[in-house]
Design a protein around this ligand. Structure first.
Ligand code: ADP
Ligand code: MG
Length: 714
């Protein structure tokens, strides 16, 4: 092992450094700011975080000085503005703190201006036409709702400042700006509803997010022998081994030592920067794992999840492993997703999806839950579009992931309550003896332990939060949360309109829930979402079932979608259109690379190997035939292999033609469609032959590590 940081960052001894001491030690958190900043400045920062004030340069100067002092004392030499361009990755440009003093020495400098605003030379990030090349400037601006932190890698220690990325003309060039705007929009409408319900104290509503991240770990040495994994994140070839995941013996099984050491190291790295990683376990597929941090405000959670993904890969390498974040690294084996646990909380600490203890909180809970049901039904296409990537196409609708149909799980008791309200019945769910008064109608006490144990629902209410399970494992969670916030904001705005006009609030609440649920209950489904019956039933209910990302993305440029985003000031028409194009292009590029790798592996690895093997077999067969004066089984086998190899070769020609055809299409949608409908099937045709060949030739002759090694050795 030659990692330069080896040893220096070996396993931490928690008896020497207790976790509580380690936790957040590299995070410029509110706790650190409270300690280090003058009282009035800290107060200003909290007000800015709460959206009550704008950050002034004077305040920024003080914070910057304190941040620099803190960071330099901890060994930092550089700072960087972290941002999330539309590639979905995290981008960073490092600047050093040093400023020459003219006498051969340097000072460590970092100004308020440098904290608030950076100007990365970011002209090569996708903008979907928003920036002409002559005006390629983009700015990054500090996002005060997500804490700065220190990152150590072989380049040294860097102060990382989470930022938003905007063009010279103020257009969003990243995933953060619309997220922050969607949080504002949702807060505004939620506060209106709360006011109408008689709340006088809440000033702001936050969204909270806890992303559960799934990933695979494989041996780094094997990974290095798979160009497809290196270049595309997934295997484009690979026959299923005799044992797959059917035994389910990996799920929650004992964690192997090598993996345990990795997890310990991963937790340490995450804890240091204040990411509250809490649970970890084996997943369903062999060598598949999950890590879940405790939820945070969504801006911090989005940045945190980007860091979690990056850290999984970095820490894995230190342990001779490779972390795979792709949605479907192995065909025929469970893919990886990311459960986006989402809730809304007030600045005075109330979770709006916490079923209540009294009539008021019951009414509030039911109203906000009804808003989510309505939003998911009305904006199902938008929610589907938020997870539309080429990687996720391998997962959604396949047998282990939520289907491409967006539905809501509520559980029996809660569904019964809503059904009863919709039917105008007073009683709640049958198995409750207690009835609580809610305005004019009596309702039962709400069930406490609602959770979706079958886990097939794409959007499940799980007790005090909603769990959106369609998100892909490698995706940034910024976009799913942005679209979700906007959809719910719209429904809440309509609820608020009605409530503000109503005479009797109690009656209005009842009526709104009744009307809304009666109209949107079709989206509620508590059964097994993986069955064919559900697909047919969903069709009867008129629920959309968009199987492919290319088609799912269409909704982004519909006039009603653009109107929705413009009404809530989250994205403009130009911004929506540019995003749509970028997503389509990304989809096409991804498949283009996969097709290139498929061709390369088929022609330069597999074909030569199997041809040689078939020829050797044939020679062996003729020798044996001469000895025994009868044809040997090797002859048949050689012929079968040679035939398949010929087919494989033919299919590479077809893929090449399909690829040329797709590459020639200029319009983005048509091109993505060509990749989906022409290139993917051509790749699949090659794969079928290659996987059959893998089962026929000897292990030694096969040029790539197989699934049995990738999945069952660690
Ligand atoms: P599961 O049964 O899915 O493993 P957990 O209770 O472990 O459920 O929670 C999964 C994730 O949901 C965790 O990241 C947790 O912090 C998060 N979570 C819990 N409550 C909330 C909430 N109010 N808002 C957002 N996320 C939450
Ligand atoms: Mg979960």
């Amino acid at each position: 092992m030659s990692c330069p940081c080896e040893g220096r960052r070996g396993a931490v001894d928690f008896t020497e450094t207790p976790v509580a001491e380690l936790y957040g030690s590299n995070c410029f958190s509110n706790a650190v700011m409270r300690e280090r900043l003058p009282k009035n400045i800290y107060k200003e920062i909290v007000a800015v975080q709460n959206g009550e004030k704008e950050l002034t340069l004077e305040v920024a100067e003080v914070v910057a000085a304190s941040m620099r002092e803190w960071a330099v004392a901890k060994g930092a030499s550089h700072y960087t503005h972290l941002f999330q361009p539309l590639t979905g990755l995290t981008a960073e440009k490092h600047d050093s703190f040093i400023a020459p003093t003219g006498d051969g020495k340097v000072l460590m400098e970092f100004s308020g201006k440098e904290l608030i605003k950076g100007e990365p030379d970011a002209s090569s990030f996708p903008s979907g036409g928003l920036r002409a090349t002559f005006e390629a400037r983009g700015y990054t601006a500090w996002d005060v709702t997500s804490p700065a932190f220190l990152k150590t890698d072989p380049t040294g220690t860097t102060l990382c400042i989470p930022t938003a990325f905007i063009s010279y003309y103020g257009q969003a060039l990243d995933k953060k700006v619309p997220l922050l705007k969607s949080i504002d929009a949702l807060s505004k409408q939620a506060v209106r509803v709360l006011r109408a319900l008689g709340n006088t104290t809440t000033k702001r509503v936050f969204t909270t997010v806890g992303p559960e991240q799934e990933y695979f770990l494989i041996s780094k040495a094997l990974y290095d022998k798979r160009p497809d994994l290196i270049l595309t994140g997934r295997t484009v070839f690979g026959a299923l081994p005799a044992k797959g995941q059917e035994m389910e013996d990996h799920y929650f099984g004992a964690i192997k030592d090598k993996v345990a050491a990795f997890m310990r190291d991963l937790n340490t790295e995450l804890w240091k920067v204040g990411i509250p990683a809490k649970t970890q376990h084996n997943e369903v597929a062999p060598n598949q794992f999950e890590i879940a941090p405790i939820y945070q405000n969504s801006s911090a959670a989005v940045d945190g999840n980007q860091f979690v993904m990056e850290t999984i890969r970095n820490v894995a390498r230190r342990h001779g492993l490779e972390g795979l974040l792709h949605e479907k690294p192995f065909a025929g084996v469970n893919g990886s997703g990311k459960h986006n646990n989402w809730s809304m909380a007030t600045d005075d600490g109330v979770n709006l999806f916490e079923p209540g203890e009294n009539p008021e909180s019951n009414a509030r809970f039911l109203l906000f839950a009804a808003a989510v049901v309505e939003a998911v039904d009305r904006y199902a296409l938008l929610i589907r579009a938020s997870v539309a990537t080429s990687g996720n196409d391998h997962r959604l609708g396949a047998n282990e992931a939520p289907p491409a149909i967006v539905s809501v799980f509520f559980g029996g008791p809660l569904t019964e309550i809503f059904e009863n309200i919709a039917e105008g019945k007073a009683a709640g769910h049958t198995d409750s003896s207690e009835k609580i008064k809610l305005g004019v109608t009596s309702l039962p006490s709400l069930p406490k332990d609602v959770s979706d144990r079958n886990r097939t629902s794409p959007f499940a209410f799980t007790g005090n939060k909603f769990e959106f399970r369609m998100v892909g494992s490698s995706q940034s969670i910024a976009t799913p949360n942005t679209y979700l916030n906007v959809a719910v904001a719209q429904v809440l705005s309509e609820f608020a309109d009605k409530l503000e006009k109503a005479g009797s609030k109690h009656e209005a609440v009842q009526n709104i829930i009744k009307e809304s649920y009666a109209k949107h209950r079709r989206v509620v489904f508590n059964g097994n979402g993986y069955t064919d019956e559900w697909e047919r039933e969903a069709e009867r209910r008129g629920l959309p079932n968009v199987k492919h990302a290319v088609d799912a993305l269409q909704v982004l440029v519909r006039s009603e979608t653009i109107a929705l985003f413009e009404a809530h000031k989250v994205l403009s028409k130009e911004e929506m259109e540019s995003r749509y194009h970028i997503y389509l292009e990304k989809y096409s590029k991804q498949i283009n690379i996969e097709a290139g790798v498929t061709l390369d592996l088929a022609r330069r690895y597999i074909f030569p190997a199997v041809s040689t093997y078939a020829a050797d077999l044939a020679r062996e067969a003729s020798v044996l035939a001469a000895i025994h004066a009868t044809s040997a089984p090797q002859e048949k086998r050689a012929k079968r292999i040679a035939d398949l190899a010929a087919e494989l070769y033919d299919e590479t020609g077809k893929l090449e033609a399909a690829l040329a055809e797709a590459q020639a299409v200029e319009e983005a949608y048509g091109q993505a469609k060509a990749y989906l409908e022409k290139v993917r099937p051509a790749m699949e045709a090659i794969r079928v032959r290659a996987d059959a060949l893998e089962k026929l030739v000897s292990k030694e002759a096969w040029p790539l590590p197989g699934y049995e090694e990738l999945l069952f050795t660690l």
